[in-house]
Design a protein around this ligand. Sequence first.
Ligand code: TMP
Length: 219
Amino acid sequence: MSGRGRFITFEGPEGSGKSTQLRLLGERLRKAGHDVLETQEPGGTPIGTQIRHVLLDAKNRELCPTAELLLMFASRAQNVDQLILPALSAGRTVLSDRFTDSTLVYQGVGRGLGADVVYELDRIACRGLIPDLTLVIDIDAEAGLARAHRRGARTAGSETRSETRIEEQDVAFHRRVREAYRQLAADESKRVRLIDGSQTREAVAEQVWHAVALPITPG
Ligand code: TMP
């Protein structure tokens, strides 16, 4: 599509550092003259943020896997319609902290719902929108969880700390998620780049920049 902006997504297991990397990339792209929109899933829009609370509130233990799957896509449909497609049409660069690949690995593989239902819902909610580039910040499941817990301890008492319902799944769940991301990167090597998240923040940022910067020209 000529004039369409670039759509870049960040993915990774818990505690991978992808949100920090997204922020750093956003700053660097803006300095290089790009008009950047940052969004997040679940969340992004005001309605998506309300859905995020339902999905991640640790108190909602009875939420069933199918409701979880549908709510992920409800949030995504709103994000695609309200923020992402208009921004891309206006030629902006869109950075999203998670997108359909998260649903593929967490609900499709982690929960065992399968890939077919995820792709079917993606077709309805995203209407053919596929990221131009996906950066998977890869980290060992245990190391990532330990990082996420340390971050949680630092922000204890704040609202973010109640957002742990999925993070609290057992380690086997998070290992499946990590392996599914690695498999995805192998299966879709053109779109999906695996980035070693165990390095320093600066070293990871350089890898991200290298993956993103070359094909991009402002305007
Ligand atoms: P975050 O901590 O990276 O913001 O992600 C929130 C949680 O939601 C995280 O545990 C991953 C999970 N998630 C899914 O399970 N499926 C999805 O489709 C998305 C977008 C997130």
